[in-house]
Design a protein around this ligand. Structure first.
Ligand code: FAD
Length: 404
């Protein structure tokens, strides 16, 4: 029989969103424990584009200034089709777009937590979630046999979330696209200035965005024709596969991939949560909920998965601290804690449901335009995008999740 521990608030997953949720709570004077299955901070995915909505959330977490010093502002994004000379230029000064190294982002958030060793427990894999028969609070079961009773449980455990499963949420679907992400360092400086770039080929999209004057983040996403699973695990093979996919692309693109930092490469099967899940399924039950990819994994086509997860963290921090700190400073008993947490999670889900529904649909439509080989489907997606989402407008990035 394993040991048993008790905590008020437990967060499963120490990725961007789990750490951000812990920091949001900490800044409001509410303690939590993060359980992370890796042995140290993870930064898989190498780079991440952050728009103004994400910066607003990072501002609330008190880490935006230090992160802005590690990245350059992007003034415009150029979009084109392969073998066509026409380029569409989208200015984005108002959207405050910058690209960060993921390691810088997770470290900045983690460093804001009190005594990291106490607030984040590494090497802790949650294998199942149950319920205490007496109190009906959640109980998490770890792979080493430990049971942790939590008055509030927040699943920030990514697209394959154990917490989402125990809420009864349907598993996310494969989008039938894969993505490779990487970094290329130019020791003498790159030539791309402050410009992002996306080039669409046949069922394939390549993008690059500078992080600073020397470092560039790039990705390639393509329609899945069932890649050999061994390719995914070996960096040299991931690079060679990317070069093969991009062989018709301009020389500068090919050189960028050839010269990449092999350690930065990652291969992902793109997943998304079906939109009706947001309308028909429970995003919280009792004192248990989900945030980030665990709630709303979406394709990378709007570059909003991470930023919308940071918004979740702020809203969760605000809702939980408001309810738990209501009225007197005296400790509240378990029944009262439960009642207040349920109210908090209900208002969190109410606030987030339509926001993430809209982003998920928009991301799905943009992804389908790239992925489909049917001109009819592509045309229909473009009509929906223009009619309901203002085409390629960046208006979704102007969302403000509000103060903590
Ligand atoms: C190709 C691609 C490009 C993208 N580009 C962008 C972009 O430019 N901008 C943007 O905003 N978003 C982007 N995204 C989306 C973004 O990467 C994700 O939305 C974001 O990383 C989600 O963070 P998270 O913390 O919710 O989940 P994750 O980053 O998946 O973290 C989950 C954490 O939980 C841990 N964990 C999982 N299961 C357990 C368990 N059972 N027990 C304990 N720990 C567990 C994992 O180890 C991990 O650390 C992109 C995604 C892809 C695939």
């Amino acid at each position: 029989m394993g040991s048993e521990e008790r905590y008020d608030i437990v967060i499963v997953g120490g990725g961007i969103v789990g750490l951000a949720t812990a920091l949001a709570l900490h800044r409001k004077g509410v303690q939590s424990l993060v359980l992370e299955k890796s042995d140290s901070l993870r930064s898989a995915g190498s780079g991440i584009g952050v728009f103004i909505n994400g910066w607003r959330a990072l501002d609330q977490l008190g880490v935006s200034t230090q992160l802005q010093m590690k990245s350059i502002p992007i003034s415009e994004v150029h979009d084109g089709l392969i073998n066509r000379s026409r380029i569409r230029v989208t200015p984005c000064r108002n959207e405050a777009l910058r690209c960060l190294k993921r390691s810088d982002l997770v470290e900045a958030i983690a460093n804001g937590l009190p005594a990291k060793a106490k607030s984040v427990r590494f090497g802790c894999q949650v294998v199942a979630v149950g319920r205490d028969p007496l109190t009906s609070f959640p109980v998490v079961h770890l792979d080493d046999g430990t049971n942790i009773k939590a008055k509030v449980l927040i699943g920030c455990d990514g697209s394959n979330s154990v917490v989402a499963k125990s809420l009864g949420l349907e598993a996310p679907r494969l989008f039938q696209m894969n993505a490779v992400r990487g970094l290329t360092n130019y020791p003498n400086g790159h030539i791309y200035g402050n410009t992002g770039f996306r080039l669409i080929g046949d069922q394939l999209i390549f993008g690059r965005i500078p992080i600073d004057d020397k470092l560039v983040f790039w990705f390639v996403a393509w329609r899945d024709h069932s890649t050999d699973s061994e390719v995914e695990k070996i960096p040299e093979n991931i690079r060679d596969l990317s070069l093969e996919l991009l062989k018709e692309f301009p020389t500068k693109v090919i050189e960028m991939v050839k010269d990449c930092d092999l350690d930065s490469l990652s291969f992902t099967h793109i997943r998304h949560r079906a939109p009706w899940n947001f309308l028909l399924q429970n995003l919280y039950r009792g004192t248990m909920t989900v945030a980030g990819d665990a709630m709303h994994v979406m394709g990378p086509f709007l570059a909003q998965g991470g930023s919308s997860g940071l918004e979740d963290a702020i809203v969760l921090g605000r809702c939980l601290s408001r309810e738990l700190q209501l009225g007197s400073k005296n400790e509240i008993d378990d029944d009262e804690f439960k009642k207040r947490s349920e109210v908090a999670l209900k208002s969190y889900v109410k606030e987030r449901r339509l926001r993430v529904l809209r982003l998920s649909i928009q991301s799905y439509i943009v992804g389908s335009i790239v992925a489909t080989s049917s001109w009819g489907k592509r045309f229909l997606c473009i009509v929906i995008l223009v009619t309901f989402f203002g085409g390629m407008s960046l208006s979704h990035t102007r969302y403000n999740c509000g103060p903590l």
